[in-house]
Write a new protein. Structure first.
Length: 201
């Protein structure tokens, strides 16, 4: 399957692609809307400015891909893995997640918004998250193993039973987030105290 085939949106609207493997393809700038991808693999592909609105991804993986300013309105994800991907400027708030939904491993996420998303149990592993917005998200039981945060933060989130044990750089106000059962490790956990006006000497 070539990217030119996928580009002919009129020909493939509502089509199901099963077992597709796309390698080193440049899919940026053209629409892939209203399609279903089942058990597909995308390797070293570029999705810059791609429209995936209304598409359905089931049991798929993105490895070594670049996804920037991708449109995901009403896009559905069920058991989708992103591995070693660069992901930037994406609004994830309009997606629909199955159970299990998505996972991110060794990814760079920059300026992404997950506003009000239900992300219970979501796994981020060894990711770098820069200026990412998790406002009003349900991240109960989510795991952030070996993740590094900068700039962005958590506000009005459900972080019950979330795992931040090996995470660094997170900014979490205990007064505005639900933290019962959440796990942290010293000394990073000391960052929680700054919101409480406590000084350690």
């Amino acid at each position: 399957m070539e990217t030119e085939d996928l580009q002919r949106d009129d020909d493939f609207e509502d089509r199901v692609f099963e077992g597709l493997q796309l390698v080193s393809a440049e899919a940026g700038g053209f629409p892939l809307t209203g399609k279903t991808f089942d058990s597909c693999r995308f390797v070293n592909c570029q999705f810059d400015g791609t429209r995936l609105d209304g598409s359905n991804f089931r049991d798929c993986s993105f490895s070594g891909c670049r996804l920037t300013v991708v449109s995901l309105r009403k896009t559905r994800f069920r058991q989708v893995a992103f591995v070693d991907c660069r992901i930037g400027g994406i609004d994830w708030s309009g997606i629909e997640l199955g159970n299990p939904g998505m996972s991110f491993e060794d990814c760079m996420l920059d300026s992404c918004s997950f506003f009000k998303q239900k992300l219970a149990g979501l796994v981020f592993s060894a990711c770098r998250l820069v200026a990412c917005d998790f406002t009003e998200c349900d991240l109960s039981r989510a795991a952030f193993g070996a993740c590094v945060f900068s700039d962005g933060g958590f506000s009005k989130c459900n972080l019950r039973d979330a795992d931040f044990v090996s995470a660094e750089g997170y900014s979490i106000d205990p007064a505005s987030n639900q933290l019962r059962g959440a796990r942290f490790r010293f000394p990073e956990a000391l960052s929680l105290l700054k919101y409480l006006g406590i000084k350690l000497e």
